[in-house]
Design a binder for this molecule. Structure first.
Ligand code: ADP
Ligand code: AMP
Length: 219
């Protein structure tokens, strides 16, 4: 089965598209952001360490996130991973290549989701998610059908992230441009890179992604 990376700045739509691929193709979403948010509620030493870093918008250490991903790859059932928010540094990209290689797997595509910076501010400031099932919404572009009720599971536990504010976004964007955007060149050089227009409506982005996956499956 195919393993893919969704690459893009915060708010590009990675989580939204990953969830659709899980529903539609039975792939497995590996979001390091979700794993770290879970870790910080667990009361562990690691959870405490990462909380302040995440709230400030900086990147957590490579060692921690590589460790989280390694556990998941080891437990792989071959359904095909969607790496969402990982890798975010060149060291993480190198480590991912080595971990996949060790488990006899590889990457079939790295999909860069390109979105203008001004749009990211609107995306991030309007984002909320269901605390029960994780569905991602937006005040303007994807509101719930009934006010304050999740369309998918009916929960009223709708949440906004502590780091989804303009100040933290500035730091997160700077981290993206300094540490993550070099991965676009890295994966281009490896011949794995596809670029899609992340500004298009959610369903259009989804079709483009599906086309790339189908094309890769045929090869
Ligand atoms: P990421 O995981 O890359 O940080 P999300 O998937 O959480 O991004 O999307 C950020 C916000 O933008 C969410 O509120 C989501 O509903 C909204 N969104 C995602 N994709 C689109 C799109 N193509 N058009 C408009 N809004 C979108
Ligand atoms: P996300 O949910 O992807 O927006 O990530 C939220 C936050 O978690 C980021 O701002 C970082 O602090 C941290 N984080 C998530 N993934 C990584 C990663 N691959 N490397 C380092 N830090 C990460």
């Amino acid at each position: 089965m195919k393993n893919i990376i969704l690459l893009g700045p915060p708010g590009a739509g990675k989580g939204t598209q990953a969830r659709k691929l899980v529903d539609e193709r039975g792939m497995v979403q590996l979001s390091t952001g979700d794993m770290l948010r879970e870790a910080r509620t667990s009361g562990t030493e690691m959870g405490r360490k990462v909380a302040a870093v995440m709230d400030g918008g900086e990147l957590v250490t490579d060692e921690i996130v590589i460790g989280l991903i390694e556990e998941k790859i080891r437990a792989s059932h071959g359904a095909g991973f969607i790496f969402d928010g990982f890798p975010r540094t060149l060291a993480q990209a190198d480590a991912l290549g080595a971990m996949l290689h060790r488990s006899g797997q590889d990457l079939s595509a790295v999909i860069e989701m390109r979105v203008d910076d001004e749009v990211l501010v609107r995306r991030i400031s309007g984002r909320f998610t269901c605390g029960n099932c994780g569905e991602v919404y937006h005040d303007e572009t994807k509101p719930t059908k009934k006010p304050d009720v999740c369309d998918v599971c009916g929960s009223t536990d709708l949440r906004r992230r502590a780091d989804d504010n303009a100040e933290s976004l500035k730091v997160r964007l700077m981290e993206y441009y300094k540490k993550t955007s070099p991965l676009i060149g890295y994966y281009y050089a490896l011949g794995d890179l596809f670029t899609i227009d992340g500004l298009a409506p959610i369903e259009v982005v989804s079709r483009e992604l599906t086309d790339i996956l189908d094309q890769q499956s045929a090869t």
